[in-house]
Design a protein around this ligand. Structure first.
Ligand code: ATP
Ligand code: MG
Length: 566
């Protein structure tokens, strides 16, 4: 069995089945979905699942998908997050066209609907202090208790609610609650809060409001205003669905959306909680939202992961209703699958060891032809410069090699990629006994890498010439040490203190000076790398996107245990 390949046909899942059936039965004429981020942080790869699903359904069934900011909590929301979310959704390859909305655009309508519920006897103003109200909600096994304010008249409620809006009361003094059922089995139906007082300016509505609707009172009605047909969200909202439906049934809304839930994306060794990601940034555990170790789309992009690789991964994960954590190896595999086809090959030496080729004439150099991408003949070739001094990887030399070490060691012959066969003649050490240089000879008859006498050479090493450029290389490891960060309580105790290793003395072939930010290449035998945003013309910096070893392919082939790291 080979590694699984990406299905070419359109994705199929239970939600798409529902949409298809609704269209076939003419319950729905045009499919409208939405992606509803709260602008209180950057998008992460979990959001990518929701984006691919919502926009993918709209594309697949000829409808459209709205981008709607769920900006009902001004205390934590910022314009920076709105901008980053728009940038990231576009980067991921999706387009909302004209359909950009903000829940805050509906504040006036939502307010009027709240008055409607008051007038019809379905909502009341409660003065109970928050802690007491919490205690009166009951538990999963015990019913809640009615508030003493529950039977206020509609007229009194309307008066108090209008005064809440007018700013007469301090934060937390009163709330507006839906009057449903304090004994309901589903705690979400025990007179949920619809509005709270919050004297906080909003990024979009400024100081126009000092009461703000809760998520549950805003979401379904926003869907209805926009004509959303299928409101697709993650499973933790399943228990909110009866409330979603209750509001829509008790209000004169212009359309009747339906909510469907799917399992959220979880990935081993990865945290996808905005609250924790916010703390990682705020406390300086990472360099920012776009730190390449972050699971944010901005971080993944900076690490060199193409949007196509993220879409490939999400397609492979699929859409279901069972919560589980996906292996990191599967993510890496999905990235390699894309990069293997698209990434140009280059040579770079991460930990250089100098070689002097004693029988190569001083002052002479020559050009060798190197293939840009063996997977893509159209990518053509480039030239690299060979001469008397070159650098190879320190790891490719052992003075005292074990039996199966085929690379460089005293007396051993190896092939230089695109070049000659060379033999190690002498090891030069410094006063501390450290190897600082190898003296080698080359066989001029082996240009291109083959000996005319057909003698066998096992190893082919990558190398760079004397014209190589200095570069800093950043190698990333998992940000967390365990597959289930925080399972013991403190997620920050599980942070990997060695998630970043910096190599400051790498040498890269000169062509890499021209590598654009956002373009990912393969450093032969080392992995995929991209230019980091910190790079300047005088100081090249590269991030390792992902290594070459594909643990997932082995998992698929049944030759490796599934529960491995990477
Ligand atoms: P919070 O609400 O705690 O700020 P959130 O991750 O739910 O965090 P939202 O901005 O509300 O953030 O999410 C926008 C949409 O993305 C929601 O519909 C949510 O269900 C979906 N989403 C969030 N995390 C994931 C995930 N890990 N997998 C799939 N979908 C997700
Ligand atoms: Mg949310």
């Amino acid at each position: 069995m080979t590694s699984e390949t990406v299905p070419a046909e359109a994705a199929r899942d239970f939600i798409r089945d529902i949409v298809e059936a609704d269209l076939a039965a003419k319950r729905v004429r045009t499919v409208v979905t939405r992606f509803p981020p709260e602008p209180n942080g950057y998008l992460h790869i979990g959001h990518a699942k929701s984006i691919c699903l919502n926009f993918g359904i709209a594309q697949g069934f000829g409808g459209h998908c709205n981008l709607r900011f769920d900006d009902t909590n001004p205390a934590k929301e910022e314009q920076e997050f709105i901008d980053s979310i728009e940038r990231d959704v576009r980067w991921l390859g999706f387009d909302w066209g004209e359909n950009l909305y903000f829940a805050s655009d509906y504040f006036e309508q939502l307010y009027l609907w709240a008055e409607h519920l008051i007038t019809t006897g379905n909502a009341y103003v409660d003065d109970t202090p928050a802690a007491e109200m919490q205690a009166m909600r009951g538990t999963l096994t015990e019913p809640g208790r009615n508030s003493p304010y529950r039977d206020r008249s509609p007229a009194e409620n309307l008066d108090l609610f209008r005064r809440m809006r007018a700013g007469e009361f301090p934060n937390g003094a009163r709330v507006l609650r839906a009057k449903i059922d304090m004994a309901a089995g589903n705690i979400n139906l025990r007179d949920p809060v619809m509005y709270r007082i919050l004297h906080v300016a909003h990024p979009r509505t400024g100081t126009a409001w000092c009461i703000y609707p809760n998520y549950d009172f805003a979401h379904g009605q926003s869907d209805a205003i926009e004509g959303v047909t299928h409101s697709v969200c993650t499973l933790e909202f399943e228990d909110h669905r009866p409330l979603y439906d209750w509001f829509l049934e008790h209000l004169p809304v212009p359309s009747r959306p339906r909510q469907y839930e799917f399992a959220r994306l979880n990935i081993a060794y990865t945290v996808l909680s905005k609250r924790i990601l916010t703390t990682l940034v705020g406390k300086g555990h990472v360099a920012g939202w776009d730190d390449p170790r972050m699971p944010t789309l901005a971080g993944l992009r900076r690490r060199g992961i193409p949007a196509a690789a993220i879409r490939n991964f999400i397609r492979r994960v699929g859409v279901g209703r069972a919560n589980s954590a996906v292996e990191l190896a599967m993510f890496d595999h999905s990235v390699r699958e894309i990069l293997n086809k698209s990434a140009p090959r280059r040579m770079a030496v991460l930990r250089p060891l100098k070689i002097v080729i004693e029988n190569y004439p001083e002052g002479q150099t020559e050009e060798l032809e190197a293939v840009n991408n063996p997977e893509d003949p159209a990518a053509g070739t480039r030239t690299i410069r060979f001469g008397r001094e070159i650098f190879v990887e320190r790891d490719d030399f052992m003075e005292d090699p074990p039996k199966k070490f085929y690379r460089l060691s005293p007396g051993k012959e190896v092939r230089l990629r695109y070049g000659y066969l060379i033999t190690c003649r002498e090891v030069v050490k410094d006063a501390a006994g450290e190897v600082v240089e190898l003296r080698c000879t080359y066989d001029p008859a082996t240009r291109g890498g083959n000996a005319p006498d057909g003698r066998k050479v096992q190893a082919t090493l990558h190398w760079v010439g004397a014209d190589a450029l200095h570069a800093e290389i950043r190698l990333y490891d998992n940000l967390f040490l365990r597959p289930d960060p925080g399972a013991d309580g403190d997620v920050f105790a599980d942070i990997n203190p060695e998630s970043l290793a910096v190599l400051r003395d790498a040498r890269v072939e000169p062509a890499l000076a021209a590598l654009a930010e956002g373009e990912t290449v393969q450093f032969e035998r080392q992995g995929y790398f991209c230019r980091d945003a910190d790079a300047t013309p005088d100081h090249l910096v590269f991030n390792r996107t992902v290594g070459l070893r594909d643990a997932w392919a082995k998992v698929q082939a049944g030759t490796a245990p599934a529960a491995q790291k990477r």
